[in-house]
Write a protein that binds this ligand. Structure first.
Ligand code: GDP
Ligand code: ZN
Length: 455
């Protein structure tokens, strides 16, 4: 995977028929400029220098013009990959851009693998691993909060924090190793002081670990299914809810996914909502299809909004269907409260109950706060840290935590210093794996395979 010698090429922008007025083909590597000279013809006296835009034509080997385009040169090391980078800004759509890419390949470039530009940026020291991961998050961000979060990662805030921790561990290791080598010449070790240092390190690790849950929510978002008997007001409720949201996230063309009825952003978290046809016992085969779809939605959902009508309240049928569900995933909604002064009390269930009127748009704020509370279940802690960690980083930090805790025990048991340093080294290595200071090729493979091509 790590063949840095060749020049890579890819389409850097999204490709879709009749979409996008501009598309960018990007080259990176030692032959980029040579390839650009071969296929790009800049009329007049335009100067080929770094960070300058040239205007001209892209032509194939027979001199046929493929596109009228702009060319941007970014010579090493002032580029994303720190190699010579060339961008062709061509016309959008499907065809031209493919032809330009093919021309680059015919002239010696190799098709880039997913994330390979970013991988090169990492290997050439332009970005560290957490920043590279933040780039994938930024591209995939579905809410402005998740984009902000990714940007904080990209700006290196997480790396700085991890590096600070790692250096504290390295300092401690140096202090301990000095004892092993020159014990007689030094003042005796202050055990309390060392225990205190480990305690402080663990505190910082805890702080970071506490961000994992929110990070996961921001990255992945949540799926909500609106379920209930027909006519209780499920669709009306979704409409009322969508209208009160300021930021509605639209789906990108060409991405295949479940049929989703609305995308909302609730407290920064992207929320996909499936409105279902309604569930009840039936012998009608057509109605059964809708019901099957509802059941699938229930399966996939993180949270089920179980809607009942304020006039009829919680029926035997609601009770029976509710029994099939995981209560921790359910929020009960009593809708149409505008129709009655007497709200039905539902004593049978342990689930939170929200009272709404889709007609008057009431109860929606409360629905949102209970929803977020329910998905985070107290696991999303408020911290003063602005960035969040992902699953890979979490796994590494759990190793750090374990190693430091082992070290605490080792010291308490008064084992020799050699034993302390074993745990400390494990912690240092795990911290290094987060930023990429200590990383194996297989880990790199795993991280970059999640990228899209051209990034
Ligand atoms: P669904 O089958 O559960 O999706 O129900 P609909 O959203 O289609 O609503 C069924 C009927 O109830 C429609 O006539 C709605 O106008 C009415 N409805 C929905 N919500 C409310 C509400 O909060 N108050 C009142 N008064 N009527 C409502
Ligand atoms: Zn409906």
């Amino acid at each position: 995977m790590l063949d840095l010698g060749d020049t890579i090429a890819a389409i850097a922008t999204a490709v879709a028929p009749e979409q996008g007025s501009i598309a960018i083909v990007r080259l990176s590597g030692g032959d980029s400029v040579k390839i650009a000279h071969t296929i790009f013809h800049a009329p007049g006296k335009q100067i080929w220098e770094s960070h300058r835009i040239l205007y001209g034509y892209i032509q194939n080997a027979t001199g046929q013009t493929i596109d009228e385009a702009l060319l941007l040169l970014m010579l090493a090391p002032r580029s994303y990959t720190r190699e010579d980078v060339v961008e062709f800004h061509c016309h959008g759509g499907m065809m031209t851009v493919q032809k330009v890419l093919n021309l680059c390949i015919q002239n010696g470039a190799r098709l880039a693998r997913p994330g390979e530009f970013t991988l090169r940026a990492v290997l050439n020291g332009r970005l560290d691993l957490t920043q590279a991961e933040a780039i994938a998050d930024l591209i995939g961000a579905k809410s402005s909060a998740s984009a902000d979060n990714a940007l904080a990662g990209l700006q290196g805030k997480l790396s700085q924090y991890i590096q600070k921790l790692r250096h504290q561990c390295l300092d401690l290791l140096a202090e301990l190793e000095a004892r092993i080598d020159f014990d007689e010449d030094l003042v005796p070790l202050n055990y309390d002081h060392i225990q205190k240092q480990i305690f402080l390190l663990l505190e910082q690790v805890h702080q970071l670990l506490a961000t994992a849950e929110r990070g996961e929510l921001l990255r992945r978002g949540i799926k909500v299914a609106i379920v209930g008997r027909p006519n209780v007001g499920k669709s009306s409720l979704l409409n009322a809810w969508s209208q009160t949201e300021r930021a509605i996230v639209t789906d990108l063309p060409g991405t295949t996914r479940d049929v989703v009825d609305a995308y909302l952003v609730v407290q920064g978290i992207p929320v996909e909502i499936l409105d279902t046809a309604g569930i009840r016992s039936t012998d009608d085969p057509v109605e059964q299809i809708g019901i099957d779809r509802s059941r699938q939605a229930i399966q996939k959902a993180d949270i089920i909004l179980w809607v009942v009508d304020a006039l009829t309240g919680w029926t035997k049928e609601d009770e029976r269907l509710y029994q099939e569900l995981e209560a921790s995933k359910v929020i009960a909604i009593v809708n149409k409260i505008d129709l009655t002064a007497e709200l039905p009390q539902i004593s049978q269930i342990k689930t939170p109950i929200i009272y709404t009127s889709a007609l008057n748009h009431t109860g929606i704020d409360q629905l949102e706060s209970v929803l977020i509370e329910q998905v985070s279940q107290g696991k999303v802690q408020q911290t003063n840290v602005t960035y969040t960690i992902n699953q890979r980083q979490q796994t590494a930090l759990l190793q750090v935590q374990q190693a430091l805790q082992n070290m605490q025990t080792t010291i308490t048991q008064k084992l020799p210093i050699d034993f302390w340093t074993i745990d400390l080294r494990t912690a240092i290595q795990a911290l290094g794996s987060i930023t990429g200071e200590e990383i194996t090729e297989s880990v790199l493979d795993r991280i970059f395979s999640k990228f899209c091509i051209g990034k």
